[in-house]
Write a protein that binds this ligand. Sequence first.
Ligand code: PDD
Length: 282
Amino acid sequence: MGRTVYVNGEFVPEEDAKISIFDRAFLFADGVYEVTAVIDGKLVDYEPHMQRLHRSLKELDMGQPASDDDLRAMHEELVKRNNIAEGLIYMQITRGVAERDFAYPEDAEQTIIAFTQVKELVDPAKAKTGIRIISIPDIRWHRRDIKSTGMLAQAMGKEASKRAGVDDAWMVEDGVVTEGTSNTAFIVVDGNHLVTRPLSNKILPGITRRTILKLAETGEISFDEREFTIDEAKGASEAFLTSASSFVMPVVEIDGVKIGGGQPGPITRKLRDMYIEAARNA
Ligand code: PDD
C-alpha cells in the first residue's frame, strides 16, 4: 500500500499528489524544508525544527502559508495515517507557483508538501559498526545556514562517496571541515573532549547538534565550538556525525585512515544512548 502524503491542505495517496511545473522550488530551488525524526510514533525535537523553519522563511522573505498549530497537527496526522513507529517526516514550503522570473513574485500561492519515510533510527546496523567517509571540497553557496532545498552539491558529494565505496562525505573549505553532506561533524580529542565548529553562515544549525551539546553539558562532557582540519579529525580519538536521520552515527574511517582503532568510541556511544533516551522520555 502506498503512503498518504500531504499537499496544500489535503491528505492524498502519494500517486495522486501533484504540484505545478511552475513551482519555484522546481525551477529555482526556491523553497525550504525540515526533516523531523519519529520514534515510538512521537516527533523528536519538533519545536526547534519549527524555530529553524521560521528562521529559514524569514531569511528568504518567504511567508508561512499554514499556522504553527496546523503544521504540527499535519505532522501528527501523517504519523497516524501512515502508522509510522520509526522514521522521518519531510516537509517542504516553497515560494509557490508563478510565471518564471527570477525576482520574487508578488502574490504566488505557496506550496506545502510533506511525506513520511520509514527508517530504522534507534538500532540500525551501522550504529554498531560505524561508517566510513571521505573528505571532499565544499562547493556550496554562502547561506548554508538556511535550510534551502538547493541540495545539488550535497547530492554530488553523497554520490562521490558511494562511488568511492564508502558511506558519506565531510566537506572541507579553507582547510577546515564545514559539515557532512547532510549532517553535522563532531570529533573527540584527547580521549574525552568534544569539538564541533561554531554556527555561522558556513553550516546548517543542526537541531541534533544543539541537543547533543546540551546533553554533553548534562553528561559532563567538555566541548569546544571551534574549527578543525580533516587531519585533526583523522588523528582524533573518535569522530561522529549528527542529524535527524541518523541521530549520532560513529565515523570510524576518514579517507582510508582508521579513527580510534576503527571502532565506535565510548563518548560517541554514550551520546547516542543519551540522545535516544532523551528523545524517548521527552
Ligand atoms: N539534513 N547539515 C546539513 C547540510 C544537513 O542537511 C543536515 C540535516 C544537518 C543536520 O541537521 P539536523 O540535526 O537538524 O537534522 C546538517 C536532513 C536530515 C536531510 O536533509 O535529510
